[in-house]
Design a protein around this ligand. Structure first.
Ligand SMILES: Nc1ncnc2c1ncn2[C@@H]1O[C@H](COP(=O)(O)OP(=O)(O)O)[C@@H](O)[C@H]1O
Ligand SMILES: Nc1ncnc2c1ncn2[C@H]1C[C@H](O)[C@@H](COP(=O)(O)O)O1
Length: 222
């Protein structure tokens, strides 16, 4: 029996990993996909044509970047649907609007008209009965100072050069956002309770929690 069967995780499950920049989403996505033999859907950072420019000048590039991310994530959503599930997704589409676009709008680095245009587009594409929500959102959380250390050591210059207050503000917003999130069931994992780098076999403890949680919430799914 494989690990997916052992922990009763459906072969067509779609699990999305959410959490602030640097918290460990990509690492978790790879580990879970590997353990479950699922496909992955990653955010492509290296080929994003706006990300560097955005970190250089938020005002100028906020709208372009959000439209780009929305298009990319929507294409990924279509791919996941076409395969019939069995995916681990690195970051949810909900964070684009609930965290990033809103934060830049509130801080004055996204024009109000652009924000409204973006929000209308997002709602028309995503907040409809036709949009398939994930079966589970795994929310990774932890102390912001530990997360900033991870951002520093990962070494993307655009992020290293960003004022730390940006990461503090984002972290605060994530805490409020997840407390009010209800588009699908949420399993919260504290990054101090597992260490996939030092101890890769802890993935099994996480699979056990996922299986148990999915069984308990099966009545809420599509
Ligand atoms: N358990 C861990 N302990 C220490 N470092 C970690 C751990 N998990 C991830 N990292 C490191 O933290 C950095 C950010 O992780 P990553 O998975 O890229 O985060 P995200 O996708 O959320 O931005 C990477 O350099 C990664 O190797
Ligand atoms: N919607 C977004 N708006 C602005 N910036 C974003 C958005 N989604 C992702 N990002 C940035 C944040 C990071 O610099 C990279 C990759 O995110 P990560 O959390 O490391 O996977 O893209």
């Amino acid at each position: 029996m494989n690990l997916r069967e052992k922990y009763g995780i459906p072969s067509n499950a779609v699990i999305t990993i959410a959490g602030t920049v640097g918290v460990g989403k990509s690492t978790m996505t790879k580990a879970l996909a590997n353990a479950l033999n699922f496909r992955t859907s990653f955010e492509k950072v290296d080929t994003n044509p706006y990300l560097d420019k955005f970190y250089d000048d938020f005002n100028k590039w906020s709208f372009h970047l959000q439209i780009y991310f929305l298009a990319e994530r929507f294409k990924e959503q279509k791919r996941i649907f076409e395969y019939g599930g069995g995916f681990i997704q690195d970051r949810s589409i909900y964070e684009d609007t609930g965290i990033f676009a809103k934060m830049h709008y509130d801080q004055g680095t996204m024009d109000p008209v652009d924000f409204e245009t973006y929000t209308n587009l997002f709602d028309a594409m995503v907040m409809t009965p036709y949009f398939p929500h994930p079966d589970l959102l795994i929310y990774l959380e932890g102390p912001i100072d530990d997360i900033i250390e991870r951002i520093e050591s990962r070494g993307r210059p655009m992020e290293q050069q960003t004022d730390k207050e940006y990461w503090y503000e984002m972290h605060r917003r994530y805490e409020d956002w997840i407390d009010n999130f209800n588009a699908c069931p949420v399993l919260r994992l504290d990054i101090n309770d597992y260490d996939l780098m030092k101890n890769p076999q802890t993935i099994e403890t996480i699979l056990e929690r996922i299986g148990h949680f999915m069984e308990q919430t099966s009545h809420l799914r599509r």
